[in-house]
Design a protein around this ligand. Structure first.
Ligand code: CU
Length: 684
């Protein structure tokens, strides 16, 4: 497979040549039906005022923020000129701070526009997203222990045919067509003072469009732009997201929804097929923000020191496993019991960039059908999304899940497990019909957490803080509730329980059935992937492999000491495959924690849990059970050549080295060696 040099394309952006040679026509099932061609509307991003970073409390790693700056084309490096300029000034000429307390009515947001206002024209236009450092003001809904404070958070603002605003947040919105005519075409411009990469999570692009630093590309350098373009197929229609795969940037907000619209499958059961055609798209976008080690809530109070949180976790893990006498390291053949907590907590949970005490107001008409596209962009948190309106519409009485991770499932009523459970990096599309009477109804996303004793009695784990959500207001003139109305969760005082329990997310996983399962086919590759804890903290098959710029940069084999290696080094234990085969992985979790196992560049099917086969959902991210060597088996077709990470998507586990790669043998060592790309970039 030919790897062309992404960086070299910087000088050829205007020609916008597209290489798609590695892609076969792919896709499952038959799609058809209404293909509304909607027209383009310019995205008006919320302008964020760039802010000078403040010093961290402990006086280190205080980062100098960049001014929210305009992208300046014509520096001689890039031929491409953005169609609009990202500015730190709002349309009213007044600098806006990223405050969640200033617009509870959302009057300033275009999110209450009807669906037809999102206009996408399938033309040759280019979409540009600028990446800047902004700030967000967050408050504690309980008023304790601190007043509202400002944090640095990355922000993306876009313009062009594939940029839109839905429910108050910027979104990449692409119209897909079953004839294969649609393309993803987005340029990212890096206005930060560090490199970035952008991974289109859930997509199946050629390998060199995958956005993983030093594996599929050299990072986009400061003041440089990079173009991503690839064909979209019916299996790409659905709800996805884009996020940085570089360092801790995703956790700091460098991510946004990616929606590929497409007609529902012609065989999808009624009334859902018909409802899918007429439903309005809405987005529930979940994030956790400002992490701390859960047994030491003081870590990272200022939100700047993810490395410090990581160090605390590693120290705790080593003490637990090595013992004070320096006993031998963790033996991965030991199956740990399920953990009773999670190792990283978060001060804030956000839905559509807002807190529950001042939520986004999602406006709908009486009886309107809504396709709620739920995206869990959190770093470490899983949620259960609860639909608490007592009176849903008459034609569709219960919120119904129709897709996970962008792939259709058979319809599933989400109240069966007390709501829709969504693990880290997963997505879900829920159909619902607004009530027939005016009123406002909260939709809560509650952090999946354990019993409210011990550590959960800490103020930071108060159940009211461990939630985010939106409020759906029915009727044009319905006055939204005042801020604070839904900060009180007293009627939901109980903890949800962990995702991986059988009554919760794991039960839901068992209940889901792929609408387009894998075809029956003999299995060519059987891999065993043990999720282990050697080498300090989190590994796969006892090896900790890290992405650039992970620090310290090393991989460690069993019985070796940690050693510094160059910034990029081949994975010592890749899962090697040839193209055109069926591959399966048996995942065995030795850890006390659950893990969100994500495969790049493919969708896989969950085909058994704990040895019990079933025709589970097609996914790209699966939440394992906690501990006790819980097993799950996933299978996929090797139809997209390249080097594709398979890793835990929980940021701290990923950064610790719970990563491996699926590598096609058709890809030579030399062609994946990224140093040559670096040379090209340095000369640009
Ligand atoms: Cu994990």
């Amino acid at each position: 497979m030919k790897f062309f040099l992404l960086c070299a394309l910087l000088v050829a952006l205007s020609s916008f040549a597209v290489e798609t040679a590695v892609h076969d026509g792919r896709g499952t099932g038959s799609f058809g039906g209404d293909q509304k061609v909607v027209e383009a509307r310019n995205y008006q991003g919320r302008s964020l005022k760039g802010k000078k970073g403040k010093k961290g409390k402990k006086g280190k790693k205080g980062k100098k923020g960049k001014k929210g700056k305009s992208y300046k084309p014509g520096s001689g490096d890039d031929d491409y000129t953005p169609t609009t300029t990202h500015s730190s000034k709002s349309g009213k000429g007044k600098s806006e701070s990223y405050s969640s307390s200033s617009n509870s009515d959302n009057a300033a947001h275009p999110d209450s526009l009807p669906n037809s206002a999102y206009r996408v024209k399938p033309d040759n236009g280019v979409t540009v997203f600028n990446v800047d450092l902004g700030n967000i003001i967050l408050s504690n809904p309980l008023g304790v222990p601190s007043p509202p404070r400002s944090y640095e958070k990355y922000v993306l603002s876009g313009s062009g045919p594939q940029a839109a605003t839905i429910d108050g947040i910027p979104v990449i919105l692409v119209d897909g067509y079953d004839e294969g005519a649609s393309q993803y075409r987005v340029v990212y411009c890096n206005n930060l003072n560090v490199g970035i990469t952008m991974h289109q999570h859930g997509m199946t692009p050629p390998n060199n469009e995958d956005g993983v630093p030093m594996i599929s590309q050299y990072p986009i350098q400061p003041n440089r732009c990079d173009r991503f373009s690839f064909d979209l197929y019916p299996l790409n229609f659905g709800t996805h997201f884009v996020h940085s795969h570089y360092g801790w940037q995703h956790e700091r907000g460098l991510a946004l929804p990616l929606i590929v619209r497409g007609p529902p499958p012609v065989t999808y059961p009624e009334p859902y097929q018909d409802i899918l055609k007429k439903a309005t798209d809405h987005v529930l976008y979940l994030e956790d923000f400002v992490s701390f080690a859960s047994d030491q809530p003081d870590t990272n109070e200022d939100g700047f020191n993810q490395e410090e949180v990581q160090d605390v976790l590693i120290a705790g893990w080593e003490e637990e496993l090595y013992g004070s006498d320096g006993a031998p390291p963790f033996n991965f053949s030991f199956c740990m019991d399920p953990g009773t907590d999670f190792d990283v907590g978060f001060r804030y949970h956000l839905a559509n960039d807002r807190q529950m005490n001042d939520p986004h107001i999602m406006r709908v008409e009486r009886g309107e059908f809504v396709r709620l596209r739920i995206i869990n962009a959190a770093a470490m948190s899983s949620y259960v999304v609860q639909f608490n309106a007592t009176e849903w519409g008459r034609e569709l009485p219960r919120p119904t899940l129709v897709a996970v991770d962008g792939q259709f499932t058979h319809p599933h009523h989400v109240d069966e497990f007390g709501g829709f459970w969504i693990g880290v990096a997963q997505r879900g599309d829920v159909l619902l019909q607004a009530p027939q009477t005016d009123g406002c109804f909260p939709i809560f996303a509650r952090n999946a957490m354990g019993p409210l004793d011990g550590i959960y009695e800490e103020p930071l784990f108060n159940v009211q803080l461990q939630q985010a959500g939106v409020v759906m207001c029915v009727g044009k003139n319905t006055k939204p509730p005042p801020p604070g109305t839904f900060g009180d969760l007293s009627e939901f005082g109980e903890a949800t329980g962990f995702f991986s329990e059988l009554d919760n997310g794991m039960g839901q996983e068992w209940a889901l059935r792929a609408f387009f399962p894998l075809e029956e086919k003999p299995v060519d590759y059987e891999f065993l992937v043990d999720l282990t804890g050697d080498n300090g903290f989190q590994s796969i098959n006892t090896v900790s492999y890290k992405f650039y710029p992970g620090s310290p940069r090393y991989y460690a084999l069993p019985n070796t000491t940690k050693s510094e290696l160059p910034v990029w080094y081949p994975n010592p234990i890749p899962l090697e495959v040839e193209g055109g085969k069926r591959a399966c992985i048996e995942i065995v979790n030795y850890n006390a924690d659950a893990h969100a196992m994500h495969l790049h560049g493919h969708s896989y099917q969950v085909v058994s849990i704990d040895g019990h086969p079933f025709s589970g959902a097609m996914r790209d991210t699966f939440m394992t059970q906690k501990g006790q060597c819980g097993r799950a088996r996933i299978c996929w077709d090797t139809d997209n050549a390249g080097v594709w990470p398979f890793h835990c998507h929980m940021t701290y586990h990923l950064m610790a080295g719970m990563v491996t790669t699926v590598e096609y043998t058709s890809v030579s060592e030399e062609s994946i060696e990224p140093w040559s790309k670096m040379g090209v970039c340095n000369s640009v």
